[in-house]
Design a protein around this ligand. Structure first.
Ligand code: FES
Length: 164
């Protein structure tokens, strides 16, 4: 393909993607698209460029539009640069009933930014997300790959203080 973006995917990332591809029948390798997007996103400081999505489409023999649809539908994919840490706070029903408004207010005050924003020093991006499947520990948030549940202002402060 003349304008292939495949070179944007490192050998290491390809190996990881291949492990996912191997879980599916050969004619259904596009089933690995979510994992592939996460892998290339992680390798690109946490966000996806159009070129990277095109590269994933090439690699999995998909139409680019199908990859864009996945990347824009799910909240774990970022289409613009993010901070070194991503704080995703759930405001869905269980978390809302257990005080996610206070969690959001505390985070916004403490970080000095609104939802969808990144601190000026590029340290933290604050994001509102839908249910992360940890309703039993509501209110909760995800920082990087870790879940933090039963949040209180003190707990939030300690989590933020421990981020580099
Ligand atoms: S509603 Fe927040 S984790 Fe489910």
């Amino acid at each position: 393909m003349a304008d292939s973006k495949l070179h944007l995917i490192s050998d290491e990332a390809r190996k990881e993607i291949d492990q996912w591809v191997a879980k599916y029948p050969p004619d259904q390798k596009q089933s690995a698209v979510m994992a592939a997007l996460q892998i290339v996103q992680d390798a690109n400081q946490g966000w996806l460029t159009t070129e990277l999505m095109d590269a994933v489409a090439d690699y999995l023999s998909m139409e680019p539009i199908s990859v864009y649809e996945v990347a824009t539908f799910y909240s774990m994919y970022e289409l613009k640069p993010v901070g070194r840490h991503k704080v995703s706070v759930c405001t869905n029903i269980s978390c809302m009933l257990c005080g996610s408004d206070d969690v959001v207010a505390h985070l916004q005050k403490r970080l000095g930014i609104g939802l969808g924003r990144t601190t000026d020093d590029g340290r933290i991006t604050l994001k509102e997300v839908e249910c992360l499947g940890a309703c039993g520990g509501a209110p909760m948030m995800q920082v990087g790959k870790s879940y933090y549940e039963n949040l209180t202002p003190e707990k939030i402060d300690s989590i933020l203080d421990n981020l580099e």
